[in-house]
Design a protein around this ligand. Structure first.
Ligand code: TYD
Ligand code: MG
Length: 466
């Protein structure tokens, strides 16, 4: 029998060292190193596989191709993110925070495929069969012909899958609960997750089934046993959202068979996840029209335009160091916009408390939101509501200029579709200028500030400090 070897594996980044230490050299995390016993090295391959020096076939790059066969779920928002359905013979990872709705989404996808007559196996390592059944009944999917198993051992799962006719889709919920006989460490450790994912990915390639692995994300946003799984699978999707809001976004971050800038939008309801074909309407619902400090940003999520309300509150600060609170945007980006307003536009804003909120719980990463943020700030500072039928987008430079951004025409079309009448932005192309909206193009931020402030009421005199 081969001698067991132990190695020390960081549970955060997967780095391997030869001895235990309190802090991982690779990622700097403390107390993440765990001893793991393997019989032939970490992440050991199959014991029987021998390479024995056989040469591989070399083929020309130009050659026959066949487009990947896909199983289309019919859930349009999901199919959009996968690039047109799950690819047969591929492995896909769906990551997300616990409780965000991964199991619900995949159960709905499983039922949709089973109803098309596909053979779908749902392996739950977290919930008992009765719990999954109960959920399916609550979702109105109790009659769907999905095959269930509550199992966590990889060898048993593979034996089960190989015993019947080949499945079209296999869902493993979740990869962190699996364990394999091949390695000795506890379920959920990097070695177990990696070895289990490897075995299931191999099964996908061999059997031609699409295998979906569910993975929980740790609190700092990484899939536990993190990149080790991401690089093994063909596609990685993240399911994100804020559990205190209803909407959820499915985002592609890696896809060997399609684009990665697609998103799918869902709303969590009592009857499961509903697809949201028109996200802008969802995010603008219950907008504070006519309130000072509210601006509508014409943003992009991947290839889709989305209109989002940005709310700002600028209030005199009783503190020596004024407060800054930002939800849904980058706080250093806010500091930059404030500095530009202060130094390039002569706006005295820095001594105030400033609160910025992206309505609906969405997170915006685009610099194109700068102009909408600046408009909301000035509107709140001068107590002048912005026109409620106006949208804003544009990047602000440190010199105080307004830069044009990409996808201008998509943003304008979305605004027009939702009944907006005017737009404030940087320079547009000739075609976009004639979009039918009333266009105000700004090259300097100070022009926009002047325009908003001109409509404002003078602020109440500030009370004296005591
Ligand atoms: P779940 O799919 O179990 O999340 P995950 O697998 O990502 O951990 O979803 C859990 C949450 O979704 C739970 O808090 C309740 C909510 N939920 C609904 O609001 N409506 C529903 O129809 C279902 C099934 C769940
Ligand atoms: Mg779950």
């Amino acid at each position: 029998m081969a001698k067991s070897r132990s190695s020390f594996v960081c549970q955060s980044c997967g780095a391997v060292s030869t001895r235990w230490q309190g802090r991982c050299d690779a990622c700097g995390e403390w107390n993440t190193i765990v001893e793991e016993i393997t019989d032939s090295g970490v992440g050991a391959g199959p014991k029987s596989a021998k390479a024995n020096g056989r040469p591989a076939n070399l083929v020309p790059l130009s050659g026959e191709t066949e487009s990947a066969a896909r199983v289309v779920t019919g859930l349009a928002e999901l199919d959009r993110v996968t690039g047109g359905g799950f690819v047969m013979g591929s492995a896909l990872l769906v990551g997300g925070d616990p409780g965000i709705g991964k199991s619900t989404l995949l159960l709905q996808a499983a039922a949709a495929l089973a109803n098309q007559g596909r053979r779908v196996v749902y392996v739950s390592g977290e919930e008992a069969v009765a719990q999954v059944r109960l959920r399916a009944q609550r979702l109105g999917l109790g009659e769907a012909n999905v095959l269930l198993a509550a199992e966590t051992n990889v060898e048993i799962i593979l034996a089960t899958l190989e015993s019947g006719p080949a499945p079209d889709l296999v869902i493993i919920d979740s990869i962190q609960t699996l364990w394999t006989d091949r390695v000795d460490s506890a379920p959920g450790t990097v070695t177990q997750v990696r070895t289990s994912a490897q075995a299931l990915t191999r099964f996908a390639k061999k059997s031609g089934a699409a295998v979906v692995l569910v993975g929980h994300v740790t609190k700092d946003g990484q899939i536990a046993g993190p990149r080790v799984v991401e690089h093994m699978v063909d596609a990685v999707l993240y399911f994100e959202g804020d559990t205190s809001h209803t909407f959820r976004i499915l985002r592609g971050v890696k896809n060997r068979y399609g684009a990665t800038d697609e998103i799918g939008v869902f709303a969590m309801t009592e009857l499961g996840l509903e697809q949201v074909a028109n996200p802008s309407a969802l995010f603008l619902d219950q907008r504070d029209e006519g309130a000072a400090g509210s601006a509508v940003f014409a943003g992009m999520e991947g290839t889709r335009p989305i209109l989002i309300e940005i709310q700002a509150l600028v209030a005199p600060s009783p503190l020596g160091t004024p407060r800054r609170a930002v939800v849904g945007w980058d706080s250093s980006r806010l500091s930059m916009v404030l500095a530009v307003l202060e130094t390039r536009c002569g706006v005295r804003i820095g001594a105030n408390d400033i609160y910025l909120n992206v309505a609906g719980g969405l997170k915006i990463n685009e610099p194109a939101a700068d102009l909408a943020v600046a408009a909301a700030l000035i509107s709140s500072l001068t107590s002048s509501p912005l026109p409620s039928d106006s949208v804003y987008f544009g990047e602000i430079s440190l010199a105080g200029g307004v830069r044009p951004v990409v996808h201008g025409s998509l943003r304008l079309r979305e605004a027009q579709k939702l009944g907006f009448k005017s737009v404030s932005t940087g320079r547009l192309s000739n075609a976009d200028r004639n979009s039918g909206l009333d266009v105000s193009e700004f090259t300097a931020l100070s022009e926009l500030v002047g325009r908003i402030a001109a409509n404002g009421k003078p602020r109440e005199p500030e009370r004296d400090e005591w």
